[in-house]
Design a binder for this molecule. Structure first.
Ligand SMILES: Nc1ncnc2c1ncn2[C@@H]1O[C@H](COP(=O)(O)OP(=O)(O)OP(=O)(O)O)[C@@H](O)[C@H]1O
Ligand SMILES: [Mg+2]
Length: 294
């Protein structure tokens, strides 16, 4: 198995704050890896280091076999990046944005025209090609952004929160595009705060919290780590709900329910279900699973 991304003991601090405290990640060629973590977990910092925008304090990272610290130029020629915040010129049309990036990447006018048309078609933007990007919806902007980062074909693609802020329809449209890019053989490293997104797209998921990878595996493996079954307790009247992980055995479920019963509102409903990615995330990042609305 050839590795497209190989990160070892990567560290980064800003001032006295440790943002990455020794991160290890390996991504095989052709794989989609999702880095899942809450706000401020260090996702963008890691992407910035892997794409040579920010130097690490320690550890090492190789992209497509090249070292990010000593072979930055080679790394840049191997990657595409769609950052967390849009890099499009809002006053230009989608077509103008793409043509400009093609020309800047060294294509002739004729090549630029051909590549721009191809990308507009692929990202379903042909109809809006001559409209200014400032009139576009969030989903259309994101597609322009992704198209721009794919002007040159490169083997490794970094996507920093590609669907944050998009509605369900636009999100699914982007998921389809990302799946197509994978099918074309690209290695994709994406960050997300959405469990469902990691679950849907990724071959493997790394959960980052407190500057470290606290868990890694397929969605099924991560769910299995949480335990057998999850008990969900809900009180409509008190607008309250709570989830409790169990081993899934009758004894354990009985024990949990007996222990909690005296403290529960009288109208509490019980559901027993398989763990979701939400449960995994809560368990692994030690966030509280208790929700009290009132
Ligand atoms: N250039 C910088 N100078 C100082 N602190 C920084 C810098 N860049 C990032 N940080 C800090 O590092 C931490 C991680 O930030 P980062 O942007 O990597 O998180 P993130 O996981 O991408 O979050 P989000 O989901 O909100 O995008 C934050 O506390 C942030 O304030
Ligand atoms: Mg970020």
């Amino acid at each position: 198995m050839k590795l497209a991304i190989e990160v070892k003991g990567l560290r980064k601090s800003f001032g006295g704050q440790t943002v990455l405290g020794g991160v290890d990640i390996s991504v095989a060629e052709g794989e989609i890896y999702a880095l899942l973590g809450p706000n401020g977990a260090g996702k963008t910092t890691l992407i910035n280091i892997l794409t040579t925008l920010v130097p690490a304090d320690g550890g090492s990272a190789r992209i497509a076999g090249y070292d990010v610290a000593s072979e930055g130029g080679k790394v840049k020629q191997s990657i595409s990046l769609t950052g967390q915040f849009a890099a499009v010129d809002e006053m230009l049309t989608a077509e103008e944005n793409l043509r400009m990036m093609c020309r800047l990447s060294g294509m002739t006018a004729a090549e630029s025209k051909r590549r721009t048309e191809e990308l507009l078609r692929r990202f379903d933007l042909s109809g809006a090609a001559r409209k200014r990007v400032k009139t576009f919806s969030g989903g259309m902007r994101r597609r322009v952004d992704l198209a721009i980062s794919l002007v040159a074909s490169r083997p490794v693609l970094f996507l920093d929160e590609p669907t944050t802020g998009l509605d369900t329809v636009s999100r699914r449209a982007l998921w389809d595009i990302i799946a197509e890019l994978k099918a074309s053989g690209m290695t994709i490293f994406l960050t997300t705060q959405y469990l469902e997104e990691a679950d849907q797209l990724a071959d493997r998921i790394g959960v980052v919290n407190g500057g470290r990878i606290v868990a890694e595996g397929t969605a099924a493996e991560l769910k299995a780590r949480v335990g057998g079954e999850v008990i969900e307790l809900t009180s409509e009247r008190e607008q309250w709900s709570r989830t409790v992980a169990t081993t899934g055995s009758v004894q354990d479920i009985g024990r949990v329910l007996n222990a909690l019963a005296p403290t529960l509102p009288p109208d509490t409903q019980v559901t027993i279900r398989r763990p979701s990615m939400d449960d995994v995330f809560i368990a692994l990042t030690h966030q509280t699973s208790e929700v009290s609305v009132s």
